[in-house]
Design a protein around this ligand. Structure first.
Ligand code: C2E
Ligand code: MG
Ligand code: MG
Ligand code: MG
Length: 279
């Protein structure tokens, strides 16, 4: 209907669409080579214990250093990579790179660093992902206790039986499991019983208005309470203001992550962080 708005000038809208499709198609074919061309990099965002203010872990977040378009955030390419299948190679690379980096930091004198890695839910339909994770640990020498896998609700609910089996094998291996963006997906609480989860990461949309919306406050509090009663660790993502942090200090929230404390940062900056605020 955009064409009507501009007086039947259809050429405009078609060419705009085609340009967009062409761009996506080009990105999609370039994505197949991101690993072999060494175009991926990891940034790390620290996670903090809310009582001690200590850094207790870091999350690996992938970026694509694109030769023409600069540094691309995952929002620009993860969906596409899932559609084309490139996500398998990308996630394998991320997993191994994160384990390698964290093991290196441990050997350099920061023995307590542990890392969280986001895996596409596609992996949780395929038992081979356990091998992928085991291989990354073996290849890098990182202890399984120092690795947490983050995945989103939608991913494991779709094929619950496969996911539950994979999770049990991961637990056996000694790896922890976190639900990412909690509250934004199916929000079916029954699965919290069914799956062997360790951590709930409450989506940042719930903290955003907590200091001015009573509804949001009630929902957030209920989520935290429920998680604690199920003996899950609670992390709130996306903390951006002092007021939000102060609010969370009064809750039973365990850990926080957000721009207020640190954005995701490149390796060198994280090293500065480690030397100043090591666990
Ligand atoms: P996520 O795992 O929920 O990661 C948190 C996202 O929120 C990150 O965006 C982070 O930069 C951003 N963030 C952190 N603190 C704040 C804050 O205080 N305010 C705001 N507004 N944002 C904050 P990023 O790095 O763009 O990643 C987006 C998503 O892409 C991630 O969401 C994750 O689902 C996915 N992703 C990232 N790396 C990987 C990966 O290696 N593999 C897969 N499959 N997905 C990945
Ligand atoms: Mg995450
Ligand atoms: Mg999240
Ligand atoms: Mg996410």
């Amino acid at each position: 209907y955009r064409a009507k708005e501009c007086g039947g000038n259809c050429y405009f809208i078609y060419s705009e669409d085609l340009t967009r499709i062409h761009k996506q198609w080009t990105l999609g074919s370039e994505l197949r080579h991101v690993v072999s061309r060494k175009q991926l990099i990891l940034h790390y965002q620290p996670r903090f214990n809310i009582r001690t203010n200590r850094m207790v872990g870091i999350e690996a977040l992938v970026r694509w250093s694109h030769p023409e378009n600069g540094l691309l955030a995952p929002g620009r390419f993860i969906d596409l990579a899932e559609k084309t299948g490139a996500i398998v190679d990308i996630d394998r690379w991320v997993l191994e790179e994160a384990c390698r980096q964290v093991r290196a930091w441990q050997l350099e004198g920061y023995p307590n660093v542990s890392v969280s890695v986001n895996l596409s839910s596609l992996h949780f339909k395929d038992i081979r992902c356990v091998e992928m994770i085991r291989e990354a640990l073996t290849a890098t020498g990182l202890s399984p206790a120092c690795l947490e896998i983050e995945l989103t609700e939608s991913g494991f609910i779709e094929e619950a039986d496969a996911a539950v089996e994979i999770m049990h094998q991961l637990k056996e291996l000694g790896v922890s499991i976190a639900v990412d963006d909690f509250g934004t997906g199916y929000s079916a609480f029954h699965y919290l019983k069914k799956f062997p989860l360790d951590t709930l990461k409450i989506d940042r949309s719930f903290i955003q208005n907590v200091t001015c919306s009573q509804t949001d406050e009630v929902i957030l509090q209920a989520m935290i309470d429920m998680a604690k009663k199920l003996q899950l660790k609670v992390v709130v993502e996306g903390v951006e203001t002092e007021a939000q942090l102060a609010y969370l200090r009064e809750q039973e929230c365990d850990e926080v992550q957000g721009y207020l404390l640190s954005r995701p940062i490149p390796v060198q900056e994280l090293e500065t962080f480690l030397s100043e605020r090591s666990t």
